[in-house]
Design a protein around this ligand. Sequence first.
Ligand SMILES: [Zn+2]
Ligand SMILES: [Zn+2]
Length: 343
Amino acid sequence: MEKEMLALVKRNMGPGYSLEKVPVPVPREGELLVRVEAVGICGTDLSIIAGKREIPLPLVPGHEFAGKVAATGPEVEEFSVGDRVTAGLVIGCGDCPYCLEDLDTLCDNILETGIHVDGAFARYVKVPAKVTHLLPESMSYEDGALLDPVASAYRAVKKAAIKHGETVVVVGPGPIGLLAVQIARAEGAGRIIITGLPEDEPRLSRALLNGADEAVSGSAASVIASLDQITAGRKADVVIEATGRSSALEVCTSVLKKCGRLSIAGIFHENPPVDLGRVVRSELTITGSICYTIQDFKDSLTLVCEGRINPASLITHRLPLEDIGDGLALLERREAIKVILEP
Ligand SMILES: [Zn+2]
Ligand SMILES: [Zn+2]
């Protein structure tokens, strides 16, 4: 067993990171050491590396991963060395009122791998066995790594409670939006329309290959007008917001029919303005979702395993950990959708 490993370490606030040799973590009670075989770069990682998010320093980011169990700590019975696994990022305390209702994503004392504790931009990562899941034999490490964004998108789509044949608009063709399209299709949606900005064209074309019926891009006003035309004025039953940009909320509430449901998955960094008058007059329902519960993760694993959605269709680049700088640049320039690192 190696004693040292290469890892991306965030040492200071402000932009930047270093690639360093650090000690391989030692699993404690109830923990596993996982040899990372694939780890995705996510929007959260971009904001951590850019220094835009408060985190404990130093930190190894990275939470969308899968790999092989390399060692087990004391009191671990469900996993053995060599098992192929992935893990959810949410580590609930198990004791608070939310954890007791299986709402670990809302835990009062939440810890998240790669955000509050060291993550997977490294050869090895240490995770609690209670948030770890065995990968079915047929599932690749890449699909296993992408279960994290799948589960986030799944929770947002589930909150919208799509009924068979309903018209669904997904706002924002980033990874969560593209996965929401696939999941909405699997959940029985009728027509699915995805919207984005003019620079999102390549991502929108990918959505058309993976479940969307139409794609619309342009200014807020032109997107609203196009959706009115496409739906012959009937508008959408459900809107899934997946941008995290407060300006998108105007589109979201404008394209919903009366009694429509808006599920918000984007994470806003400023206070979004919302016309609550419209919410009242049109009896709209708005729900938020953040990450996912252990059950959402299990349901997502089943969706992928049954071939009902294909998360690997999002992967545009595969790079060694040493080249993460290239991956970050590709994402900043919107030339990549999902970059997978192989540490
Ligand atoms: Zn993520
Ligand atoms: Zn808790």
